[in-house]
Design a protein around this ligand. Structure first.
Ligand code: JB2
Length: 213
């Protein structure tokens, strides 16, 4: 498990209830966590130090992304581990989640009571958090986080590295651009440009990055 904070403990719960892992160890760059036990799983090293040799020595085969809040850091570590080791990213899902295997990317976690409808697709290294609903034919691209209770309605499209906040709703067919942020509880009824933050009902832009020409 990469990371040993709040999200990692949440994903560990999911691994334990789904009985997918025989043995779990944590990696985290915070030196104060080294050696700490979390529900029987120990923090054994830094993510930054994870190498092929270390994986062989510890007999590691799979990895799970346990950093939740910082989407940039998640992606950075995910690519680094794929590049530097032979570890395979696990898809982790809670037994109460409903989804169809064909459309879920490697390394994605689907937490309790989430629903991914028919024809919906989810890219690599995403978080479909507790109780999130992805309706039929919608698309969530790699590295995005759909927070607890958020709803992505039919055929809506969520870009790469997007955060859709808790209980937000993206209406049918609406497109949310890459690296956008949708505030908690927002209702998005119009397309959202890349790297833009929207909040409220209906959702309106509060920040937009300026693209230098
Ligand atoms: O800049 C960093 C850095 N920032 C945090 N560099 C490196 N190398 N490591 C970093 N970390 C590590 O990620 C910390 O040492 C920490 O162990 C972990 C983040 O844990 P935290 O509990 O702060 O956040 P989280 O990502 O597990 O959970 C957030 O996101 C979830 C989706 C929280 O907001 C949760 O409430 C939320 N459910």
């Amino acid at each position: 498990m990469l990371g040993a904070g709040g999200h990692a403990r949440r994903v560990l719960d999911c691994l334990l209830v789904s009985r997918r892992a025989k043995c779990v160890v944590f990696f985290d760059d915070d030196p104060t966590l080294l050696g700490r036990q979390i529900r029987g799983a120990r923090v054994v090293g830094r993510i930054s130090d994870l190498s092929l040799a270390m994986c062989r020595e510890l007999g590691l085969r799979y990895f799970v992304m346990g950093i939740g809040g910082d989407l940039k850091l998640r992606e950075q570590f995910y690519r680094r581990i794929l590049h530097n080791t032979t570890l395979i990213p696990l898809i982790v899902s809670d037994p109460t989640a409903v989804w169809y295997k064909d459309f879920i990317g490697a390394g994605t976690v689907i937490l309790a009571n989430a629903y991914v409808g028919p024809g919906a697709s989810v890219g690599e290294n995403c978080i479909i958090n507790t109780g999130a609903i992805l309706e039929h034919d919608c698309r969530v691209s790699w590295g995005s986080h759909i927070a607890p209770g958020a709803i992505i309605l039919g055929s809506a499209q969520v870009g790469e590295q997007v955060l859709v906040g808790a209980n937000a709703t993206v209406l049918p067919g609406v497109k949310v651009g890459d690296k956008a942020v949708v505030g908690a509880g927002a209702v998005v009824d119009q397309n959202v440009a890349a790297e833009t933050t929207v909040v409220g009902i209906p959702a309106r832009v509060v920040t937009q990055s300026v693209c230098p020409l």
